[in-house]
Design a protein around this ligand. Structure first.
Ligand code: LCS
Length: 399
């Protein structure tokens, strides 16, 4: 059976064909789902050698599975990393990756604007185990300098960030992290490797909530870690093995299927988002729109320098504040009032009371999540239908 060499193929071709082409054993064009918890050894000596790490092989799905491995090879290639580890959720990816890099008494630096669950992990759970998170402005070298010390292991950023679409300058962070001898972890969920590849810019580890654009259809919760082989191996064998946040073979297959259409979906998400951003920008009831493609976005230049496109996420602020937001969300007919993002369906939510309710009132104010801020994950529907729905709902919002 012919095998493909992904290093000779374009991003789009690898998305469709995977990192190895058809299944070498059976010729199956769709990667088989190896729905098996365990794998038989050839003989007792073989089992002992695999357990001792002297021979490669599958033996128990918590430590690896062929369907998962096909996904990991493909994602490592798409993010231009040496290796990848698939996990049961984006939170499992973040916690597994961070715990692979720190020990008791260490601290990490983290951007102020992150997904609410990540913020809660860093500021509530980790401190219970003596692991401190120091909040920094990752775009300001002086802020990093003020907080870093001999026990700092990494800087964790999200760009574009959830939910404000603020942008972090990855190249600048790489320079600062190298200067201080710490690793840079980038949550690349919003951009996907189709539009942004942090490892190519010098970052050390990429994290995904694969629940979002990688899966793309709103039917799977999963995560991914991509980085150097040694780091990924430690994450798998030392942290994942014990914490157990694994992906199921079926969910790994759903992500492989999602990846086939990632480039075409991302392009349509971006086109639709740009048109909605322009519509909202001129709407009298909208105070401000946050979409990195727009020149009015304060960090548009940084975004344009590190992203090949801008994706389907945007946020906007209503002049009428929280009451206007509630009215808008309750008046929509087509758009779905739901958290998550990156689905084919357009999803709309209210960060202050939903995804970022883990932030205190003071923290919400510091990162610019006001009561009137609405987050939109623009889907793949017909653009005229989406704009008509927003238009009629905005019509019901008091001026
Ligand atoms: N990173 C980012 C940027 C996210 O947006 C999320 C989830 C996660 C990590 C965690 O991934 P999960 O475990 O859910 O797969 N974001 C969500 C959101 O904005 N609404 O619902 C979940």
């Amino acid at each position: 059976m012919k095998q493909l060499d992904p290093s000779l193929l374009s991003f789009n071709t690898v998305c469709v064909h995977g990192s190895g082409g058809v299944d070498p054993q059976t010729g199956a064009v769709s990667t088989p789902i190896y729905q098996s918890s365990t794998f038989a050894f050839e003989c007792a000596e073989d089992g002992a050698a695999i357990f001792a790490g002297e021979r490669e092989g599958y033996f128990y799905t918590r430590l690896g599975n062929p369907t998962q491995a096909a996904l990991e090879r493909e994602m490592a290639f798409l993010e231009r990393g040496e290796a990848a580890l698939a996990t049961g959720s984006g939170m499992a990816a973040t916690s597994t990756a961070v715990f692979s890099a720190i020990d008791a008494g260490d601290n990490i630096l983290a951007a102020r604007t992150l997904y609410g669950g990540t913020h809660k992990l860093f500021h509530e759970l980790m401190p219970r185990f003596g692991l401190e998170t120091r909040t920094v402005d990752p775009n300001d070298p002086a802020s990093i300098e003020r907080h870093v010390d001999g026990k700092t292991r990494l800087l964790f950023i999200e760009t574009p960030a959830n939910p404000t679409l603020s942008i972090v300058d990855i190249r600048r962070c790489v320079r600062e992290c190298r200067r201080h001898g710490i690793a840079l972890f980038v949550d690349n969920t919003f951009a996907t490797p189709y539009y942004q590849r942090p490892l190519e810019l010098g970052a050390d580890v990429v994290i995904h909530s694969a629940t979002k654009y990688i899966g793309g259809h709103g039917d799977t919760v999963a995560g991914l870690i991509v980085g150097k082989k040694e780091f990924v191996q430690r994450a798998r064998m030392e942290i994942m093995r014990d914490l157990g946040g694994i992906i199921s073979p079926f969910n790994a297959w759903l992500l492989l299927r999602g990846l086939k259409t990632l480039p075409v979906r991302m392009e349509r998400h971006s086109e639709n988002a740009m048109q909605i951003a322009q519509f909202l920008n001129f709407h009298p009831k909208v105070a401000r729109v946050w979409y990195p493609a727009m020149r009015t976005h304060p960090q548009h230049e940084i975004a344009a320098s590190q992203m090949a496109g801008f994706g389907g996420m945007l946020a906007f602020e209503l002049k009428g504040g929280r009451d206007a937001g509630v009215r808008l969300l309750n008046s929509l007919g087509l758009m779905t009032l739901a958290v998550s993002l990156g689905d084919c369906d357009t999803l709309i939510e209210h960060p202050a009371s939903m995804t970022h309710s883990t932030y205190s009132a003071e923290e919400l104010a510091q990162v610019g999540i006001s009561g009137g801020l609405v987050r939109l994950s623009v889907g793949l529907e017909g653009i005229d239908d989406l704009i008509a729905d927003l238009d009629q709902a905005l019509g019901k919002v008091p001026a």
